[in-house]
Design a binder for this molecule. Structure first.
Ligand SMILES: C[S@@+](CC[C@H](N)C(=O)[O-])C[C@H]1O[C@@H](n2cnc3c(N)ncnc32)[C@H](O)[C@@H]1O
Length: 241
């Protein structure tokens, strides 16, 4: 495994889910309700939730009446999500750098699930797979952090106590990556993980998307779909087709 393949380990641990448990279903459901209404997706739509984690968006989208496939690299997350499967909701392990076996009406990449790789070509490969994995007139929804706001307000040190675990977090922006070091003591030992996400702003993402044939149609700044202002927006949400 390459040293920078941090995402394979960290997202597969229970600690990732503990640290982010406040990013809860309420946010996920609000966003899914708003975006599906905005896109006027009819109930025959087949949505690919890529990557789906433990399936919080997939399950809710399926409850809204859509056929949903959730794919993720994390074996543990997919095993967990499989308990929710039904005829119109499926979960499978898949590396998003590999092409998909089917075509979808909509593909959602949610909650900063992009920009993990050193080589820009790998990020672009994922977008190419997404473009190829869409039916004609299919739509792509991309939900990422707002790098500009994060840089301007960088909290370099923080301690978060969740479920009795004291997570010591340090953040930095270096070599075009936003890095977050997370260290904590749990289950009898010390753990250290690093999240590394590429510094991608709207301009750079637009270039990436256009490279693989997408056109950006809408840009929003939060889960209520307010317009994007790079100084104040909490999220960078792009709709492309
Ligand atoms: C920040 S989490 C978000 C997951 C989910 N979208 C959510 O909102 O709960 C990022 C996810 O990306 C997955 N992931 C990382 N690299 C991947 C890859 N190359 N292919 C597929 N999934 C990957 C991780 O396992 C993790 O579940």
């Amino acid at each position: 495994m390459k040293t920078n393949d941090w995402f394979k380990d960290w997202f597969n641990t229970p600690y990732y889910h503990i640290l982010y448990k406040d990013r809860n279903d309420i946010d996920a459901q609000l966003f899914m309700r708003n975006i599906t209404a905005f896109l006027k997706l009819c109930k025959t739509t087949h949505i690919l939730d890529l990557p789906c984690g433990k399936g919080r968006h997939s399950v809710f989208l399926n409850n809204l009446g859509y056929t949903v496939t959730g794919l993720d690299l994390s074996e543990n997350s997919i095993q967990f999500a499989k308990q929710f499967e039904n005829e119109t909701l499926r979960f499978n392990e898949h590396d998003m750098r590999k092409p998909f076996h089917k075509k979808y009406n909509a593909i959602f990449n949610l909650f900063t699930s992009f920009g993990y790789f050193d080589d820009d070509q790998e990020d672009i490969l994922i977008l190419q797979n997404i473009k190829n994995g869409l039916q004609t007139n299919g739509v792509f929804v991309f939900d990422f952090l707002n790098a500009v706001k994060i840089k301007a307000n960088l909290v370099t040190k923080e301690t978060k106590v969740v479920d009795g675990i004291s997570f010591k977090i340090t953040r930095a922006i270096k070599d075009n990556f936003i890095t977050k070091n997370i260290s904590f003591f749990a289950d009898g030992k010390q753990h250290n993980f690093t999240e590394r996400v590429k510094y991608l702003d709207l301009e750079k993402m637009t270039v990436y998307l256009e490279k693989v044939g997408f056109t950006v149609t809408n840009v929003f700044g939060d889960y209520n779909l307010n317009s994007f202002d790079e100084k104040t927006a909490n999220r960078l949400i792009i709709v492309a087709n």
